[in-house]
Design a protein around this ligand. Sequence first.
Ligand code: WT7
Length: 646
Amino acid sequence: MSKNLVHKVPKNFHDAHITPQKYKEMYQRSIDDPNGFWADMATEFLDWNQTWNRVVDYNFSKGQAQWFSGAELNVSYNCIDRHLPKRAKQTALIWESDNPEESMEISYADLKTEVCKLANTLKSRGVKKGDRVCIYLPMIPQAAYAMLACARIGAVHSVVFGGFSPEALKDRILDADCRLVITADESTRGGKNVPLKANVDKALAHCPDVHTCLVVKCTHNDIPWVAGRDICYRDSVSVMSADCPPESMAAEDPLFILYTSGSTGKPKGVLHTTAGYLLQAAMTFKYTFDYREGEVYWCTADVGWVTGHTYIVYGPLCNGATSLMFEGVPTYPDAGRCWDIVDKHKVNIFYTAPTAIRALQAQGDEFVSRSDRSSLRLLGTVGEPINPEAWEWYHRVVGDARCPIVDTWWQTETGTHMITALPGATDLKPGSASFPFFGVQLALLNEDGSEVQGAGSGYLVVKSSWPSQIRTIYGDHQRLIDTYFSTYEGYYFTGDGATRDADGYYWITGRVDDVLNVSGHRMGTAEVESALVLHPKIAEAAVVGFPHDIKGQGIYCYVTLMDNAEVDGNLRAELIALCSREIGPIAKPDVIQWAPGLPKTRSGKIMRRILRKIAESDMDSLGDITTLADPTVVDTLIKDRISMMA
Ligand code: WT7
């Protein structure tokens, strides 16, 4: 793979923050002298109320990591107050509405006022340091205010993506024991309204401990109102003081919980803490995007995902940058919307997901070429492997062949970039996330746990702690150990497979566990299966991913009916609706195949490997099926699969 076309560092990046020489030196030092390296970075990037006693202590077998113990700081102070002497009037957030006619600029001074007022509202409703607050909001500035207001008073936010169902929202509120929810009447995306408050009402019917629901009025349509519990956001903050002193937090105090899917069970609450997370967020933002004073940066992710947390809010604001937040979708009013926004706000750095690139590529070049885009300097991608065709289109058509593309590999659990090109330091190979970030020590493991030497493929693991590492799974530390630190003793197991080529570039090949990546949204096959079997006619279900042109992976469901049940005209639609209701519209199955039986081992384990091959129509490489309890089920599945395609 090393003979892949290489895109050299362009001239205008020769004066980047990180040059090839600097990458080598800094990376080497970060490994040889982590204490000295991270202490220097911590001093350079953050303001502290009190310094640390030790830089790092960790023990992977216990799933423990402590960074900067003894130190104190406040995240909202670092993202807002400390910038005010220089940047009070500078735009912190640009908000672009779903409606192309509407946008807003929020200065750092405005941001301070909004965050303090909201923080005082939270306090007035009894929220204290350590309490959990649920945020279920559209892509509006209040989402950033809410996260920062929590950080200001030491409350722990749990942002739930606005596309999740009431059922999924309820589970997350209960798991984190949130007592206050911040939401909006409705969100608007692509000209359509989504009833967020109605979803919250359904969820809260099962959450007796929630005493307050703060409601931002966006569309002003009529919504149900529970007196005493529901509070109008604007009415409340308007009477609050614009002064709220930041709480001095310990470096390892929790900052947020964010739920993500695993291969088994319910989604887990990934917990990130204060100092290490913020430090690596700030550093990766500055270096990966080579951010320069005064530039406009736009990440298209939703704040409901970790990308929105780290690269819309914390990373950019900690650097005093201008971060654009977009409420809508890339295809409304038409497929040129992103490039219209780039021109309107003179965006310099644009960060999005491969699925969005493929969707826009499919609409044709005219939507791109009608715009100017001369402000663009750098492009980025995240969320799934990017296929070289999409990479080349992004580079040639969107970036006019002048903008480097940083392909950033990381996870909710890693908090921040772990493998990424640095635009002034890395010659790019399309489809490779390239090299580890400072302080990140990677290995590829063979099945038996030994390390692959040199070029080769294996399970991607991390060998030592990094500052923004997951600290625990909320309420279930054992699950953290079991999921990440037990598969291979002494390593953090990512769940991904990867290849390292002869030049040392890493190529992520995708999940090796039962986790799907559908349009960059992570989903456990078990979650979809649990939703399907709720239907009274369904006895059993097995879900696998299959290659999908736009989504990357699609959801393929094998469904076994109860003995006495029959497929009627509605069943397929009912199952799709069920997944949407239980999880959210992102979990709608793409294909449902009726399966009289599922391939199982004699001990009853479903052989998903075989199901994946059948879903991909790759019947010739099913591998060994002799260990199946009943190998004939495979013939039936193949026959039905072939007739479905006919
Ligand atoms: C999984 C993590 C990190 C924020 C968005 C997703 C896949 C992520 C890349 C990339 C190949 C990638 C991995 C990873 N992934 N970025 N640049 N190249 N694969 O966060 O929901 O926690 O998902 O997304 O499979 O494990 P997440």
